[in-house]
Write a protein that binds this ligand. Structure first.
Ligand SMILES: Nc1ncnc2c1ncn2[C@@H]1O[C@H](COP(=O)(O)OP(=O)(O)OP(=O)(O)O)[C@@H](O)[C@H]1O
Ligand SMILES: [Mg+2]
Length: 277
């Protein structure tokens, strides 16, 4: 099963002088178990697209289905959980526990099972369970983001959709969030990340989709991305391209430091062997 978007178009303020077309005939597919990265410039339609995945926005033309269910079905939010671009807006409880438990308790989960759900979700989001008694509004911006993430995870969605999850986080929290997302993905959850920091997520992604002014300008694997898109590219890929220009026999589709290290060592060994002959 998958998220299927077919010929989706969407205008804000339709029929008024302020009409703004945000999505223009978008078609794409996000497979179950995939880690999909959605990039594109400011205002290209990324948030508008993912707000369709859990039914916050309804297609004006075209369709969106999640595991076969129309995104207009109320229950779609149990399949696709969205961490919004400004997750502070998602918080409302007097305590973190109240906030994180809201979704599952509405779903009829109570007592020990509810406590366990909340504890598991806080742990998955990288927060201790001690935080449960605090007011979410007494936390830092980064912690609020993680509490909102825990609230989404407490619903145990099939698809976890995150809109700019690392913006405003310090480097330490960024890398711990990346590690959390990697683990969640390995545990079987499908992950969709919207980010301006495409390079940061490239090594984790199975698929990259770029939006440009409301239409899909690129849809391919990370390797296809670094081969066909000129920017932004990871520093490590740029280094490999520089080495190729200097005559080194290395690949140009490297995404991680570990792979670059292996590739450079092999190239140096080949050079050494060539000089010995
Ligand atoms: N509530 C709204 N009312 C009117 N126009 C809107 C609204 N939300 C978004 N838009 C417009 O729709 C277009 C797409 O916006 P969207 O928020 O989807 O872009 P985005 O790619 O998520 O941008 P960003 O990278 O800044 O988050 C933009 O031109 C934006 O100005
Ligand atoms: Mg956005």
């Amino acid at each position: 099963m998958s998220i299927e978007v077919k010929d989706l178009s969407f205008c804000y303020n339709r029929g008024t002088s302020l009409e703004k077309r945000a999505l223009d005939n978008v078609s794409l597919s996000i497979g179950k178990g995939e880690f999909v990265l959605i990039g594109g410039e400011i205002g290209s339609g990324k948030s508008t697209l993912v707000r369709h995945f859990n039914g916050i926005l309804k297609p004006q033309s075209g369709s969106v289905t999640v595991s076969g269910m129309a995104s207009t079905d109320r229950d779609v939010r149990h399949k696709a959980g969205l961490l919004m671009q400004y997750p502070q807006k998602q918080l409302f409880g007097r305590t973190v526990f109240e906030d994180v438990s809201f979704g599952p308790s509405n779903f009829g989960i109570k007592g020990d099972a509810l406590e366990q759900r909340v504890a598991d979700a806080l742990e998955q989001a990288g927060l201790g369970r001690d935080i449960g008694s605090l007011s979410p509004f007494s936390l830092s911006g980064g912690q609020m983001r993680l509490v909102a993430l825990a609230g989404v995870l407490a619903m145990q969605p099939e698809y976890l959709i995150l809109d700019e999850p690392t913006s405003g986080l310090d480097p330490e929290n960024r890398s711990s969030l990346l590690a959390t997302l990697k683990e969640l993905h390995l545990s079987g959850i499908s992950v969709v990340v919207v980010s301006h920091q495409v390079c940061e997520f490239l090594p984790l992604a199975d698929k990259v989709i770029l939006l440009d002014n409301g239409w899909v300008s690129f849809n391919g694997t990370p390797v296809e991305y670094v081969r066909s898109v000129s920017s932004p590219l990871p520093e490590i890929t740029l280094l490999m391209k520089d080495l190729i220009r200097e005559g080194f026999d290395v690949r140009d589709d490297i995404l991680s430091i570990d792979d670059a290290f292996e590739e450079i060592v092999n190239a140096l060994e080949k050079r050494g062997a060539g000089q010995d002959e």
